[in-house]
Design a protein around this ligand. Sequence first.
Ligand SMILES: [Zn+2]
Length: 257
Amino acid sequence: MFTVKQENFSSGRCKIETAVLKGVFILMRKLISITLVLFCLLLCGCSSVVATGQRELLGLTILIDPGHGDTDVGTIGVSTGAYEKDTNLQIAKKLKLALEEHGVIVLMTREDDNPLGPADETDLALRKEADMLEREKIISEAKANLLVSIHQNAYDEPDVKGPQVFYLQYNNKSYGVEFAKSLQNALNNGLKPDSPRNVGSGNWRLLKQGKQPGCIVECGFFSNPEEELLLQQDDYQNKIVEALVKGIETYVKKYGA
Ligand SMILES: [Zn+2]
């Protein structure tokens, strides 16, 4: 009997120990579950931070104007004789892709080198005027949030170089100054030119169209032998584009669009 009692007692302790073990096991499972949930939340939190950065420009419409085109070649590179119009289009297309990756709806005044006006117009001045009128129409009808016109600069002194952004100034009023500053800062930070430039202003015909802030981006000087070569390099063009996207993001974060 005693023995049985002992056995009973022993089996009772076993039951208690089993119950305790079960409790510990359940507790551990709960801890693992909580840890997993916390880990997932942390991951989701991190990815939502990334997504927020990507979302900054989501749904905006940005109009890109690759300067010149067709019979208007723009400035001509001092080292290679390259046409400004071609480099403008290359950079504009890269900018289009980069902005689309940020969820931007990108419109362009031109996507190739075809004339925007009548192709049979032989008078070059009239041909250019028809092109400009068509660009003005595209810009005013686009109702974009922002306008970026891509160009390459030229100057009499070959030493002059570096990117410069221009805003519109006419009738004693300035337009798009903060947008220009934001792009200029981003280009100066991204390209690190020897002598960083400040924004400039001008009475630009195309910037008068539409209600959106707009800028003329002179990516660099085709009259500087080294910079002309750089401006045609894929890597350098990518750096320009990266800087412009950052500049646009900074502007939109600060001022909206
Ligand atoms: Zn130009």
